[in-house]
Design a protein around this ligand. Structure first.
Ligand code: ADP
Ligand code: MG
Length: 586
């Protein structure tokens, strides 16, 4: 045969062979495109292990209608312009090959609308041939549907594994990207069943709770970003690694990301295992999820068509950064959750002040015309004192919980490493708001919602008590002004009460004061704070969205006293796995 240049469709098929090895490779490329487009939500769907159908929908930038056909052409990309750009790649894609390659070996439908355009467009390509293109209405973002993968490449079709194997590979890919991009919401449905979901909270720990067994996650240690050495390129290493008690017979549970890209790198994997030297028996390996971030110019990602390998310009520096970070996490033994004792809270301040020999109130009372109590300045409550210390991160007091659902529009069902948690949404929200309010109060920064023309009339005794404590109420941003007689003008309420009827709130407060006059300023602040929080909290009977519940539970996990409402009474009931087993007679 004479030498000839191959026709374009043959070239495309050969190239496709490099990029699209199996269904999961398609998912990988499409998810990368969604991430490059700035998506906050990525929904993945597959049928028949990806052979019949794969669909990736995102809410990213979309593609301008005029560029869609180009996007499906080989070597067409919006991510590179010159060869120099290759030196500083900050996107996951850059080769401009994926869409064309996928389209060459499947029936591909792409619907997209650019955020800047009114109408969307749908383009169909079968085996690399454009079949149709038409304007459509579509939300901003992109949906790519890939059907009958390899229908025109019988050789490849033969090599595909069982459906369940391909499904597993797809799930691996989606989970990995969820770990690398915890701020993006991911969902994966396979054959109509939801297989995975990540809420996009921005916390890697939240994703890991979805990815790992909870009992395993309990044995993970957070890797804190290390302070960079000035003589080295800035390399940040963060993530989670297992305590030596959690280990594995091979290295497959060591997951590495470099600048948001999942990579395989035997040297960095070795750096991780090395850090465990002497801690694990021979032939056992840790679990790790590590995110390495460094300037794009320090990494060459253009090594392999699937971009799964990278080259570092200073491999030794990266190696030692990883090793140091892992080692610090192991020796620091900072558990991922649950182990730190709760910060004591309440009026028993002595124990706290013992650790802080010179208590300095962080705020002075606003000018009070008549001091309400004999001792002039209320001390900031303990929670504020503990919190304000050196901006230390707030301590987790409950394990990381995963919301399962809501019962009776009043209780949140959550799962934790040690069993089932039933959370009273009203009590829990009251606790969360209360601690926030007390911290703000201690910092002298309770947000105010100004009001106009709102008055309230109180009982004689109620008015007396309110009058006496005006300055303290004002410190909580509840600003009242005598209007004459028993009437008061409400000038402002704390921001969190914005949705509450203000006169009613003040009447309730005055009633509280009457019923149990606080013995001192501290008690007054705590009592009023508890009432305000209770008024602002989600009511029982209110349906909450999954996100609302997860946010509430997450906040509760960091409360100093997560288990009780400020007025007493439990916020949650915990049934341990053992108790559950016992209940079921197992
Ligand atoms: P690459 O990602 O390497 O640029 P692709 O073939 O994967 O190559 O995509 C080609 C181009 O199509 C991208 O550069 C991008 O401009 C556009 N594109 C692909 N997928 C999306 C998407 N989900 N959202 C927005 N633009 C996209
Ligand atoms: Mg791409």
């Amino acid at each position: 045969m004479p030498i000839q240049v191959l026709p374009e469709h043959v070239i495309a098929k050969i190239a496709a062979g490099e990029v699209v090895e199996r269904p999961a490779s398609v998912i990988k490329e499409l998810v990368e495109n969604a991430l490059d487009a700035g998506a906050r939500t990525i929904n993945v769907e597959t049928e028949g292990g990806g052979r019949r159908l794969m669909r990736v929908a995102d809410d990213g930038s979309g593609i301008p209608a005029a560029e869609v056909e180009l996007a499906l052409t080989r070597h067409a990309t919006s991510k590179l312009q010159s060869a120099e750009d290759l030196e500083r790649i900050h996107t996951l894609g850059f080769r401009g090959e994926a869409l064309a390659s996928i389209a060459a070996v499947s029936r591909l439908t792409l619907t997209t609308r650019s955020r800047d355009e009114q109408a969307g467009i749908t383009v169909r390509v079968h085996g690399g041939e454009l079949v149709s293109s038409s304007a459509t209405g579509a939300p901003a973002g992109t949906v790519v549907t890939v059907e009958n993968l390899f229908y025109n490449v019988p050789a490849r079709l033969k090599f595909l594994k069982k459906e369940s194997t391909e499904r597993g590979h797809i799930e691996d890919i989606v989970r990995r990207y969820a770990m690398a991009y915890p701020a993006v919401r991911f969902s994966l449905r396979q054959d109509g069943r939801e297989r995975f979901r990540a809420g996009g909270t921005g916390e890697l720990g939240d994703v890991l709770v979805e990815v790992m067994e909870l009992d395993d996650f309990r044995q993970m240690l957070a890797v804190q970003p290390q302070t960079a050495r000035p003589d080295l390129p800035p390399i940040e290493v963060s993530g989670y690694i297992s305590e030596p008690t959690l280990n594995h017979s091979n290295r497959s549970k060591i997951t590495l990301f470099v600048n948001g890209r999942y990579i395989k790198d035997s040297r960095l994997t070795y750096a991780v295992t090395q850090a465990y030297q002497g801690l694990l028996p021979n032939g056992r390996f840790p679990v790790a999820v590590l995110l390495v971030t460094l300037p794009p110019a320090e990494v060459d990602v253009n090594v392999h068509p699937t971009k799964a390998e990278v080259r570092f310009s200073r491999p030794d520096a990266v190696f030692s950064a990883v090793q140091r970070a892992v080692r610090a996490a192991i020796t620091g033994q900072r558990p991922a959750e649950g182990a730190s004792p709760p910060v004591p809270f309440g009026l028993d301040r002595d124990a706290i002040w013992a650790d802080h020999p010179t208590p300095q109130p962080r705020r002075a009372l606003p000018d009070a015309e008549q001091p309400a109590f004999d001792f002039p300045v209320p001390q900031p409550p303990a929670i504020g004192a503990a919190d304000a210390d050196a901006g230390a991160p707030r301590r987790r007091t409950l394990p990381m919980l995963r919301v399962v659902g809501q019962v009776g529009a009043s209780y949140i069902v959550a799962e934790g490493p040690a069993g089932l948690y039933l959370i009273d949404q009203h009590a829990a929200h009251t606790r969360v708001l209360y601690e926030g309010l007390m911290a703000d109060y201690a910092a002298g920064s309770v947000e105010q919602q100004p009001l106009e023309g709102v008055t309230v009339e109180l009982s004689r005794r109620g008015a007396e008590l309110v009058e006496k404590h005006l300055a303290y109420l004002a410190a909580l941003s509840l600003v009242l002004e005598p209007f004459g007689g028993l009437t008061y003008v409400i000038r402002a309420v704390p921001e969190m009460l914005a949705a509450v009827e203000p006169a009613e709130a003040v009447r309730l407060l005055a009633g509280d004061l009457e019923a149990s006059p606080p013995p001192d300023a501290d008690a007054l602040i705590l009592q009023v704070g508890a009432r305000l929080s209770e008024l602002a909290a989600h009511k029982a009977g209110r349906t909450l969205s999954h996100d609302e519940m997860q946010a509430l539970v997450r906040a509760l996990e960091f409360c100093a006293e997560p288990r009780s409402a400020p007025g007493g009474g439990p916020t949650l009931i915990h049934m341990t796995s053992e108790e559950l087993k016992k209940e079921f007679g197992r």
